[in-house]
Write a protein that binds this ligand. Structure first.
Ligand SMILES: *Cc1c(COP(=O)(O)O)cnc(C)c1O
Length: 238
């Protein structure tokens, strides 16, 4: 059972790594600049442990407390990984997430920055934080889905940069469902450049999922977040 799952994950990983390398080469980029974050949400900690054996170094989760529980189980199984929290985060859960997340990709408002900073300070940790950018609407419209409106990115980035226990890693987006991902990733790359102009160390661009990693890499993604193409289709959420 576990052997079968291991070979399935190994084959899927090889395909995804091949796609990343091909996309990087097509864009004239060094594939070594890219980090594969395997999003393991809904899949068991046993899969996380297998992925670690197969050379995966970074995993992503989108829900608390599932993420924390799996981190503990995977650590008990001996897996050493960097944990990325990529999902929407309620302010009152930020404290708990800072105990196990190495990076949070979904920072989209000032109150969340404050909550993450106090959690990280209490835990005695320093956490990578990405400003999540909402590219659904126009700049002058309030952001509907998760993410800061492009016009608000700067204030969130500045707040992260001045928080002692957070490190401003860069920006993140989820491409809108009903739009061309190329447009979204091109826009994200402009927002990323604006952030870097103020904060030269904030070089990370977290973009690209199973369906659009090629477009994201073409527009400068440094971290791709891949779930289904590695683990398989998730059962529909109830
Ligand atoms: C689930 C998820 C992913 C991975 O998506 P796939 O389509 O399964 O590759 C990436 N980013 C976020 C924020 C997610 O919630």
């Amino acid at each position: 059972m576990s052997d079968e799952r291991r070979s399935e994950l190994a084959a899927n990983l090889e395909r995804v790594r091949g796609r990343i390398t091909a996309a990087a080469e097509a864009a004239g980029r060094d594939p070594a600049e890219l980090t594969l974050v395997v999003v393991t949400k809904t899949y068991p900690a046993s899969d996380v442990a297998l992925l670690a054996e197969l050379g995966v170094t970074d995993v992503g989760e989108n829900r608390h407390p599932e993420a924390g529980r799996k981190r503990d189980e995977a650590a008990e199984a001996g897996a050493r990984l960097r944990w990325h929290f990529v999902g929407g985060l309620q302010t009152n859960k930020a404290n708990a997430v800072t105990r196990y997340a190495d990076a949070v990709h979904s920072v989209d408002r000032l109150r969340l920055v404050t909550a993450l900073e106090s959690g990280a300070a209490a835990a005695g940790r320093r956490i990578d934080a990405y400003v999540q950018v909402n590219l659904e609407g126009r700049d002058d419209e309030p952001a509907g889905r998760a993410g800061a409106a492009p016009a608000d990115v700067r204030s969130v980035a500045d707040a992260i940069a001045s928080a002692e226990h957070l490190r401003l890693a860069g920006v993140m987006t989820v491409a809108p469902l009903d739009a061309d991902p190329d447009d979204a990733f091109a826009r994200l790359s402009e927002v990323a450049a604006e952030v870097r102009a103020e904060h030269p160390g904030a070089v990370a661009i977290s973009a690209g999922m199973s369906g659009d990693l090629e477009q994201a890499v073409a527009h400068g993604a440094t971290h791709v977040r891949i779930g289904r193409s590695v683990l398989g289709e998730r059962p529909a959420l109830g």
